[in-house]
Write a protein that binds this ligand. Structure first.
Ligand SMILES: C[S@@+](CC[C@H](N)C(=O)[O-])C[C@H]1O[C@@H](n2cnc3c(N)ncnc32)[C@H](O)[C@@H]1O
Length: 230
């Protein structure tokens, strides 16, 4: 585990055994044809035909009685909910992330993000319960046009994934979920469709792992760190 695979998540995970991950935390395209101020866009952000097969694959990979947290675009909530249900998930919670800034404006100023908590089977409540309103922190989008802040992801991983467990992100982008998993002492497996973004994700994750090893005094000696952790 601990890798970002390149390709379409509907196909790429075929070789990964069923029921092998402990938690999925993902941020799929919102189906809004997003374009940021510098013109950056997202693959798969126009139509959602991939939603049901992608979440069916997530459902297959999750162990029994586990959770998936998925961000979503509110304008297409019906498509997301229908895909999650068709894939076999139950809706068991809804998270709101209020922002201290306006990300865009229409008839109102848009100042929050949303995610659903989805269950495969009947997961037990976590030991450490978190609230369903979590303050947002601006990520600066250095690595990805819609980069999720690590500070928002880490409490979700700590509550919903056991220490040492495996976190899945089929829409990895710049690997924010996998970096957050690494910082929380969890393994991560992800997938990214775009080659340039996949390269960014691999490099970012490797840099964070090196930094962590150095800060623990192992200076890049992964084998020594693993011996200590075993
Ligand atoms: C909203 S972004 C994720 C950003 C990520 N949370 C971050 O912080 O960097 C969604 C990503 O999914 C990728 N993507 C779209 N369709 C995909 C597919 N079928 N399989 C794998 N990745 C896909 C896009 O290229 C994009 O980078």
């Amino acid at each position: 585990m601990d890798s970002v695979l390149l390709g379409d998540c509907r196909a790429v995970f075929a070789g990964v055994p069923a029921e092998s991950v402990d938690f999925c935390l993902t941020d799929p395209p919102y189906l809004v044809n997003y374009r940021d101020r510098s013109g950056r866009t997202l693959a798969g952000d126009r139509v959602g035909h991939w939603l049901t097969p992608a979440f069916a694959e997530v459902h297959r990979l999750l162990k029994r009685d586990t959770l998936c947290v998925s961000f979503y675009g509110w304008t297409k909530v019906d498509e997301f909910v229908s895909a999650w249900r068709s894939a076999g998930f139950r809706l068991v919670g809804h998270l709101t992330f209020p922002k201290r800034y306006t990300s865009s404006s229409g008839l109102v100023r848009y100042q929050h993000e949303n995610a659903y908590v989805l269950a495969k089977g009947s997961p037990r409540p976590p030991e450490h319960l978190i609230g369903d309103v979590i303050d947002w922190a601006y990520s600066h989008n250095e690595f990805h046009p819609t980069q999720k802040p690590l500070a928002v992801l880490t409490p979700l991983i700590e509550s919903f994934c056991p220490f040492g467990g495996v976190v899945l992100d089929p829409f990895a982008g710049s690997a924010s979920t996998l970096v957050a998993a690494c910082l929380c002492g969890r393994h991560g497996i992800g997938c990214e469709l775009e080659e340039h973004m996949h390269a960014t994700a691999v490099a970012r994750l490797a840099r964070v792992r090196r930094l962590l090893l150095c800060s623990l005094g192992f200076e890049g000696d992964v084998a020594a760190a693993l011996r200590l952790a075993a």
